[in-house]
Design a protein around this ligand. Structure first.
Ligand SMILES: Cc1ncc(COP(=O)(O)O)c(C=O)c1O
Length: 367
């Protein structure tokens, strides 16, 4: 592990006033697009909420919700620093929320974080602490948690949002749910990528109140431990986890799919070519599953969330050399997933579906 750097923190702001309160009005109201591009198999179309077109990406909603909740409860003092572990998108959301509400932001990431993302986070004023190797148990997330606790211990007044277990994370997606209710006459199937469990839990709760028969499909990464599969090193970021956060509630999902990086890459590239709107690993994975859901149930209204846009992934998903080096090219995704009876029945190595994702999480994970 690299030695802990001792850079000074940005100075806390002295007053309670938001630094740029007008920024908060930029969260949400992202477009809802109808996607028809074959992925690669034709389908009747599904709706996609384009969160990459909002300020700070999808996780700005979670970040603003967690910081305003903590301020309301007095857990985050005006101007005090915010410290969080992130693989990227929440970092951007926190950089946004920190500027809007007047808090310096320290992000604990790892050396897998794309150089462009590091530059972006720093350019928005966040300070980065990077761990350089995964923990033997719990992978990168566990290694980041160790560093996070060190940073918290030496940072006066620091607040840790703990996105994996904080109920204000799912609560932050109520306004996205309201936008979907506003725009759609009906919804049969909601397809969500799952990382911390924030947007799937927030949307599922609110949308089922409007459409009680709504089916919720969770999309995880192969090699992720979220739904009872063994944790393995993962290429994809954003969706999936090596721990089991409290915000991921398996009972909320009617089914779960695991998707591999080659399948997600194929879907991203087809989306970029055919629909213009695209994104990263989680966007490709949910698009593949949403297209399948629309195809297998003609007439059903299917919606999903594209959590971010393509720019962060120009050196991975959209880079021919990267894809060739990681064996991500050439294979056409199947028309339907493999099925397993329960999450422990077989290890998913490519697109796999399970209709009983009821495995209770182990004691809540963290960061
Ligand atoms: C790009 C991306 N997609 C999907 C997710 C998963 O969303 P959630 O954490 O709400 O489960 C994340 C979470 O950080 C993300 O960054």
């Amino acid at each position: 592990m690299t030695p802990v750097p001792t850079l000074p923190l940005p100075s806390p702001r002295p007053d309670a006033a938001p630094a740029e309160p007008g920024l908060l009005s930029l969260v949400g109201r992202t477009p809802l697009a109808r996607i028809h591009t074959p992925l690669p198999h034709p389908h009747p179309g599904f709706w996609a909420k384009l969160e990459g077109l909002g300020a700070g990406g999808m996780k700005a909603s979670a970040a603003v919700s967690m910081l305003t909740g903590a301020r309301r409860r007095g857990e985050l003092r005006p101007g005090a620093p915010v410290v969080e572990s992130t693989s990227g998108t929440l970092g951007l959301g926190l950089a946004f929320a920190g500027q809007a509400l007047g808090h310096p932001v320290v992000l604990v990431g790892d050396t897998e974080l794309e150089p462009s993302m590091r530059r972006l986070l720093r350019s928005h004023g966040a300070r980065l602490e990077l761990v350089d190797r995964p923990a033997p148990r719990g992978g990168w997330q566990a290694a980041r948690l160790v560093r996070l606790r060190e940073v918290l211990a030496r940072t006066e007044d620091a607040y840790w949002p703990d996105q994996y277990n904080n109920p204000d994370n799912p609560a932050g997606y109520r306004s996205m749910a309201a936008e979907l209710v506003d725009r759609l006459d009906h919804l049969d199937v909601l397809v969500c990528s799952v990382g911390t469990g924030g947007h799937s839990a927030g949307l599922a709760g609110a949308l089922r109140r409007r459409w009680p028969r709504l089916r919720v499909v969770g999309v995880d990464s192969v090699g992720s431990a979220l739904f009872g599969q063994p944790a393995r090193p993962r290429l994809m970021r954003g969706l999936g986890s090596s721990i089991r956060p409290r915000n991921v509630r398996p009972e909320l999902f009617d089914e779960v799919h695991w998707v591999g990086p080659a399948e997600a890459t194929d879907a991203c590239r087809r989306l970029a070519r055919g629909s213009f709107v695209s994104g990263g690993w989680s966007t490709g994975a949910v698009a593949l599953v949403a297209a399948w859901a629309a195809r297998t149930e003609p007439g059903a209204v299917v919606a999903t969330v594209f959590p971010d846009g393509p720019h962060r992934y120009l050196g991975t998903v959209y880079d021919d050399e990267f894809c060739a080096a990681h064996g991500l090219t050439g294979a056409t995704p199947a028309a339907r997933p493999l099925e397993i009876a329960h999450p422990g029945a077989a290890e998913a190595v490519g697109w796999t579906r399970c209709r009983t994702p009821r495995t209770r999480p182990a004691a809540g994970g963290a960061a």
